[in-house]
Every structure is written in C-alpha cells, then in structure tokens.
Design a protein around this ligand. Structure first.
Ligand code: 0A1
Ligand code: ZN
Length: 889
C-alpha cells in the first residue's frame, strides 16, 4: 500500500527533469507471482541541470540490478526513489532489472492480473509500480516492448504501437515484440497478456489510409462488441471531419477488463476499458449503457490527439487533456444524437451531471480549481471539477470564439504543440491567438480565472421594463463565495447566452442601446465586471428574460423568476434547455417551500396542468418530456440549502412524486400506451426516448397502484418484466416494482438474478437497483447491508463494490443518512476495509461524507465522528488520508 508519506505537491514547485529518457526497451517475462522486467533506456542529461543526480521513482517492486553503459554502478534509495550519482554527462545506457507480483496487486495500478490475464494501468503514477523511471508526463520516449508468457494461458500478447515480431519459445512460452514510433510519456504505456477473442474491422479513412481496428474481450462477450466498434468508427470519422485530426496508427486496439478503477484509459494505440464501457447488447445493456459506451469510446479515441499527441507538462494540467476531451466527447454525442431536440436532451443530461457532482464538489472541502494548486494523491484529482467543469471552460471558449474560430484555435494548438507536454495556458493562448479581436482574446487573462479559482460563481439577474419607452434593462451581477485556501475571488468572464420572450411566447428582437444592428433573437452577453447593465431598446412588450441558454456558463443563476415567468418559459422558450430548466425550477420552488416550511406540500392545479401539457404535447420529443417530468434529485435539492436534512428532503420529494403519479394518472396511461411498444431494439436517441418515457409512465402507474392497493399496474409491470426483449424495458419494469416497494418486487428480483447470473455487468445492476430504491422504514439500508454477505458480492472488483456501496452511500441519501448513524458506521468500516485492498476505490467512497458540515443534527455530529474514526487510523493510504483530512479541516 502507498502509505503515510503524505507530502503536499505544489504546482509552483514545477521544475524540468534533470534527465530525459529518449528510448525505452522493455522485456517482460510474465508470471503472476513474479514477473521479471528488464528496462533498457537511453538517458540524456538535461544540459540545464549539469551534475544533478538521477532520481527514479519506484513503488512495490524489487530491484535486482542497475547497469550504466553495461557496468554495475552504486546506487542508493531514498524513500521510494532510486538515486544515481556521478553519471556520464553524455547520453548513456541505463539498464534496470526488477521483479513485481502482479497477482498481489489489488490496487489495480501498475501491472496486475484480472480473470487470469495480465493488464496494466499507468495513469497517473502506475508505471513506477512496473519499473524504476522518471514517472512524470513531460518525459517522453519511444518504446520497444517484448512480452514473454505461457502460450496456452496467455495466447494474446499486446502492447502499444505495431507488432513487429512474434514466435515461440521453449517451455511452452511464446513472445511478441511491439514498437511504438510515437514518443510518449510512461503513463500511456500498456500491455495485455490474456486469453481473449476479438472483433476486428479494416477501415479506410478520408485521408485515404488503411487501419486495423480491434476490440478484445473474453470469449462469450464477442456479441457485445458491435456497438463499441460502430462508436469507434464514428469517432474516427468525426474527428477527421470536424477538426481534420486523423488516426496516426496502423492499428488501434481496445481491450475490455472487468477489474478497473475508472472508466477507461487512452494508452497509445491500446486503450484499456472497464467492461462496463465497452460491452453492450440489447439483452444485457440499457440505453444509458449504450450511450455511455458511445461517449467513452469516443473520449478515449479523442485523447489520441488531445492527451497523447499533445500531453500535459505536469499533473496539475490534467484538465488540459480531460476538460478538452470531455468537451469533444460531449459535442460528438450531441452530433450523433442528431435533431436539435435530441442535442438539447444530451446537453440537459450533461448539465444534470455537472450540477449533481461538480457543484457540490465546488461547495465542499474538496473544492479545487480546474487547474489545482496542490495535491497529496493525484488520483484524488480525477474529479468532476477537472473533467466536467474543465469541459465547461472549454465550452465557454467555444462560445466566445464561435465554432469556426474554435476549429482554427485547435489547428493552431496542434501546429504549435504537437509532440509536446504543455500547460492549460498554452491551450487558452492558442485559441485566443487564432481569434484576434474576439471576446476571448480581449479578455484572456481574466478569462483564465476559470482555471485558477475554485467555487461556483452566482449570477444574479434583475430586469425592469419601461413600458413608455419600450426599454428593457437587464442588470447582471456576479459573486463567488470563498473556498478552501481562496478567501477572495476576482470577477469571472461569463458568457450569458440569452433571449427575451413575450408572455404570449413571441421571441423579441434584441437591440442594445447605442447599437444600430439588431442581434436577432439570440445573443451572448459577456459579464466580466462584478455588475453590468444591458439596455435593450424597441422592446414592444414586457419580456421574460431567458438567460444562460444552453447553460452557457457553469454558474448558479438567480433570476428570481415569478411562477408566471417560469410558466411562460416552460411553454414558450425557444431554447429547449431553458424550457426544461423552468420546469425544474417550478418543482424545486415547491419542494424548497415545503422543506423550509412544515414539510407538507400539495401540488397546485397550475403546476399539474403545465406538466400534463408537456406530457401530452404533440410536438415535444419523448426524451425531453421524460426529463421535464423527472423531479430534481434529492442531491440537487440539498444543494440549495444551507442546512440539509436528508430525511425531510426525501419525504417531501416522495410526496410530490406520488401526487404527480396520482393526479396525472390518465395521462401516464396515455403515455404508456403511446410509447411502450417499440418494436425491434435500436439504441438511437428517438427510440431510447420512447423507452425512457414509457418507463417513467410505468413507474408512476405502479407507484400509484401500490399505494392504493390496486394490483393492476404492478401486475402489468411484472408481465412487462418477463416479456421484455431488451434490458432497458426489463430493468425499467423491475425498477418500477422495486421503487414502489411492490410485493411482486421480491420474486422479480430473484428471477432476474437467476436469469443473468453469468453476466457480471447485469448482476452489478441488480445490486445497484436494490441499494438505490427509495428508502422506506429503513428497509433499503438493511437490505443493502445484508447484500454485503451475498455470495456474488466482493470488494475486490471495483464495479461490484461500487454497484452496492457507492449506490448506497452516494446515490441514496435517505437510506444512508440515518438518525441512528448506522449508515456512517457502515461507511467508515467499508472505507477502512477497502483501503487495505484498493486505496483509489476507498478514497472515492470516502468522499460520500464530504458534505457533513452542512448536515442538520443529529447527522452532523455522527458524520464527524465517523470521519474522525477513519482519520484516526495510523495506517491509512495517502489517498484516503487526504480526503478525510480535508473533510475535517
Ligand atoms: N485518462 C482516463 C482516466 C483514467 C485515470 C486514471 C486511471 O487509473 C487510475 C484510469 C483512467 C480517461 O480520462 O479516460
Ligand atoms: Zn479522459
């Protein structure tokens, strides 16, 4: 275990390395218990730091010998580093032999075994667990890799680049030699040795080059690879068409592994994926899974340019590749979705994720800038802030320079930096320089505060209408609360996309005072001061402002719209995002009033009428309707409150859901009838939308039926569950029963388990479904705790551990936050237990209590005690130590 050293690493301490490693020749003699690694490097002293010692990183590996230009040399170790002094001042050969024990590597960082095969994960600091190295992204080398292993057990031997040789060895072994011509940082190194089968396809790209695409999986999973292959082909075409970026490898491989800490990894030419994000067929994967596979395949593929060809100078720049690549995968998925409305649905989903994960992060003890200033364990900084907020920062640049300007900016970025390890500043500079005179170029320095300052800014809008002169004045102001280590904030540059909507729904022409030209119906205001006023002339009627269209900046907007204004936007706004937003705001206002008041809520006829109108609307897409009719999550409601009582929020939200289920009964039946029969399965956005709305309708009908002891809809759901021909419908029906606590849920769950016992990803769903059911008399918590003892449960497979524990502790506030503190006791025990196995996973779970300070009593005190109990353990990993220390600060 990486333990105890707990050194704070600071961005301002960055210094170039004292040596460069130019070439690496690695030989692996693969054995689960003891793998021999021979690492031959050519090393070049950095002329700017003559005489400095060479300090190589290593972790959990046994050093056998060190040779410089073929001769043994003396060395010392300092902590986990190997230190060599008095080295030649010219380029020299360095050979290091080590061994490691892949089968004991339960952290899943470095070289490890999974289902009897060998796999690697090197980002961020895994390569040092394979061999001694300058384990930092600004050291780039070309790699030649020789793999030797038992031929029967490990028939497939893969590494980065191109296969140049293979053959048999004595003793039943075989070998393969791979050469990657592209210099890369060691975090992009990968190897796989396993018994796998593959789907492959040859393609010719627009650029006229031929490529071989391969997806490797375990035998039995081949029928789940078609969607990933299609997604890969579409990604390749998109990057060529959109940015002129072509695949630079003859061969591009994806390998699926069931033990993996994250989603997937962009190793050069050899992407390694969590099975969850590559395997999908209609029988075992839902529409959401299909969407995730598409976007993760695209994400990893897009990294080939944004991450691999141009990489990060240091890990503080992580968002350079992650924010940009998330932005690219989100744009890609929108393009794949097609229609304007389907694009908006994707945008709404992305914003929902941002608000659910990133906004709370920005408001808690782990708040950090998109480009952090310091860290203890870099693994803790693969966060929603670096990824999702990072993507929003790139999106704002895109908004400020336009689509064509952004394309030019990307071209300049690659022209300047291809083959280099660079910083977030370099990226922003390239986009700005390619667009002289743009709002971004004119305000680049203040814009970059988005990289430097943590916290979610709040924008307040106030409008006033002068009916006599037809003038509408909009005042926008911004403020940002202090975050850990950052008491004061300078103003941000905030693009506010907007329009003005008449009460009758008409779009109002926009013309700013003092400007001759009309701006049409849509414009982007740039708020860069603490407060600014925008005056619109020739406004014929009092408008409702539609602000932050498409969610043009990652801020909290306080528009203080009246119900009237919100109903106007919900029915008439031309921006689908703001239409959805108005519906959410209407629900949120009602929930908050009840939570702050006496806890009682009775839905008003006007709200119900508006929801009915949306549900029955002849033109709106089913997917959009489903989003509007889904209430804001408990987590999002909690976000709005200074003191959070999770049980109270749950009670209020559940009550609202029941009323919506009951009051719209006939309409839900109508929706079910309309959308439940989809014919043959296709994962396209339109069919998926129909399934989503049908499933919501079914859930509402089962909920209402269960409450009224009417067995009709629970019975129909059970039938649907049995007859379903795809996982989306099957799981939807099962979830309707489970979430309504219907009697039929028990037998259905058993049947589901029996039917899918061989399908690990489906069994994960089975655990999650039970752990995320709405809490009811403590039954859900009790059930989840009992499931720990289920024979299929293990803490060693991250997907399985997450399927139960993250589901309970992160995604089910009312089951987790209990007045008797049993949830927190359970949490602390699991964090400690998992930390001994897999610190990265433990640290993720540890974050479930980030927000303890905002909890009401008795939760607050009990949560603090649980965190303190974890923090008091002397043998914690740095990963968990960093999380609990920050939480208690
Ligand atoms: N770069 C990957 C994410 C990733 C990070 C760390 C990992 O192991 C600890 C694995 C994957 C991505 O953005 O997809
Ligand atoms: Zn990424």
């Amino acid at each position: 275990m990486r333990e105890g050293t707990a050194q704070l690493i600071r961005r301002e301490d960055y210094a170039a390395p004292a040596f460069w490693i130019r070439t690496v020749d690695l030989t692996f003699d693969l054995d689960p218990a003891k793998t021999l690694v021979i690492n031959k490097m050519t090393v070049e002293p950095n002329a700017e730091q003559p005489g400095a010692p060479l300090r190589l990183d290593g972790e959990d590996i046994n050093l056998l010998r060190v040779l410089v230009d073929g001769e043994p040399v003396s060395f010392r170790t300092e902590g986990s580093q190997l230190v060599l002094e008095n080295l030649p001042q010219q380029p020299f050969h360095l050979e290091i032999r080590t061994t490691c024990a892949p089968e004991k590597n339960t952290q899943l960082s470095g070289l490890y075994t999974s289902s009897g095969g060998f796999f690697t994960q090197c980002e961020a600091l895994g390569f040092r667990r394979i061999t001694y190295f300058l384990d930092r992204p600004d050291v780039m080398a070309t790699y030649k890799v020789t793999l030797k292993a038992d031929k029967l057990k490990y028939p497939v031997l893969l590494s980065n680049g191109n296969l140049v040789e293979e053959g048999v060895l004595e003793g039943g072994k075989h070998f393969a030699v791979w050469v990657d011509p592209h210099p890369k940082p060691c975090y992009l190194f990968a190897l796989v040795a396993a018994d796998l089968v593959r789907r492959e396809q040859r393609i010719r790209t627009r650029a006229g080059k031929d490529h071989l695409l391969q997806i490797y999986v375990r035998a039995g999973d081949l029928d789940k690879t078609e969607h990933a292959m299609n997604s890969l082909i579409a990604s390749i075409a998109w990057d060529e068409a959109k940015f002129g970026l072509s695949l630079d490898l003859e061969r591009f491989m994806i390998v699926a592994v069931s033990d993996f800490n994250m989603g997937a990894m962009e190793n050069k030419g050899l992407n390694i994926f969590n099975t969850k994000f590559v395997l999908a067929n209609p029988a075992t994967a839902t529409d959401v899974d299909f969407g995730n596979v598409e976007s993760v395949v695209a994400h990893e593929y897009f990294h080939n340019w944004t991450g691999n060809r141009v990489t990060c100078r240091d890990w503080f720049q992580l968002s350079l590749k992650e924010g940009l690549t998330v932005f690219r995968d989100q744009q890609f998925s929108q393009d794949m979705a097609g229609s304007r409305s389907a694009r908006a649905v994707k945008r709404i989903e992305d914003v929902r994720t941002l608000r659910q994960l990133q906004f709370p992060e920005d408001a808690g003890p782990m708040a950090h800038p998109v480009r952090p200033d310091s860290y203890v364990a870099i693994d803790n900084f693969y966060t929603a802030t670096v990824y999702e907020k990072g993507s929003e920062v790139v999106r704002m640049m895109h908004t400020l320079v336009g689509d064509e300007g952004f394309r030019k900016g990307m071209a300049l970025y690659f022209e300047r930096h291809d083959g280099q390890a660079v910083t977030c500043d370099d990226f922003a500079q390239a986009i700005a320089d390619a667009n002289p005179g743009s709002e971004l170029a004119n305000r680049l320095e203040p814009f970059k505060r988005w990289y430097a300052q943590a916290g979610t800014p709040r924008v307040t809008a106030r409008g006033s209408y002068d009916a006599d002169n037809h003038i509408y004045t909009l005042s926008l102001s911004q403020r940002s609360a202090p975050t850990p280590g950052q008491p004061d904030k300078a103003p941000y540059v905030i693009p506010v996309a907007m329009g003005l909507v008449g009460r009758d729904g008409r779009q109002i022409n926009l013309q700013l005072e003092g400007h001759l030209n009309s701006l049409g119906h849509d414009t982007v205001l740039v708020l860069s001061e603490p407060e600014q006023t925008f005056t619109f002339v020739h406004v014929p009627v009092e408008p409702v402002p539609s602000l932050l269209r498409g969610f043009s900046a990652p801020v909290v907007l306080e528009a203080e719209h009246s119900d009237d204004a919100l109903f106007t936007l919900l029915s008439h706004d031309h921006d689908p995002f703001n239409r959805w937003e108005a519906g959410q705001q209407l629900a949120l206002n009602r929930i908050l009033a009840a939570v702050r008041g006496d806890g009682y809520i009775e839905l008003d006829a006007r709200y119900l009428h508006a929801m009915r109108e949306v549900l029955r609307h002849p033109e709106l897409d089913a997917a959009f309707k489903e989003l509007v009719l889904t209430l804001p999550s408990e987590a999002y409601v909690a976000e709005q409150l200074d003191v959070v009582d999770p049980q109270r929020i749950h009670t209020v939200r559940e009550s609202l859901k029941r009323q919506l289920a009951h009051a719209l009964h006939e309409d839900w039946i109508w929706a079910w009838e309309q959308f439940h029969d989809n014919g043959a399965y296709s994962p396209d956005a339109r069919s998926a939308g129909h399934r989503a709305l049908a499933n919501l309708a079914l859930a509402m009908l089962v909920l209402d039926g269960s409450l009224r002891q009417n067995p009709i809809w629970p019975g129909k759901a059970l039938q649907r569950f049995k007859d379903a021909t795809n996982m989306t419908d099957r799981l939807g029906a099962l979830q309707a029963l489970v979430n309504a606590h219907a009697e039929l849920a028990g037998p259905a769950l058993e049947r589901f388990h029996a039917q899918f016992k061989g399908e690990a990803l489906v069994i994960d769903k089975w655990f999650t479904l039970q752990a995320t059911a709405p809490e009811h008399d403590g039954k859900v918590f009790a059930r989840a705790r009992a499931l720990m003892q289920h024979p299929d449960f293990t803490l060693r497979t991250p997907n399985r551990a997450r399927s139960l524990l993250m589901a309970l502790c992160q995604s089910n506030p009312a089951a987790f936050h209990r007045t008797d503190a049993a949830g927190y006791v359970f949490w602390a025990d699991r964090v400690i237990e998992i930390d001994g196995i897999n610190p990265q996973l433990a640290a993720r779970l540890a974050r479930a209590l980030d927000h303890w300070r905002r909890l009401a009593e008795p939760y607050r005190t009990a949560a603090r005690e649980a965190i303190s109990r974890v923090a008091a353990r002397p043998e914690l990993s740095d990963d968990v130590r960093e999380i609990v220390t920050r939480a208690l600060q």
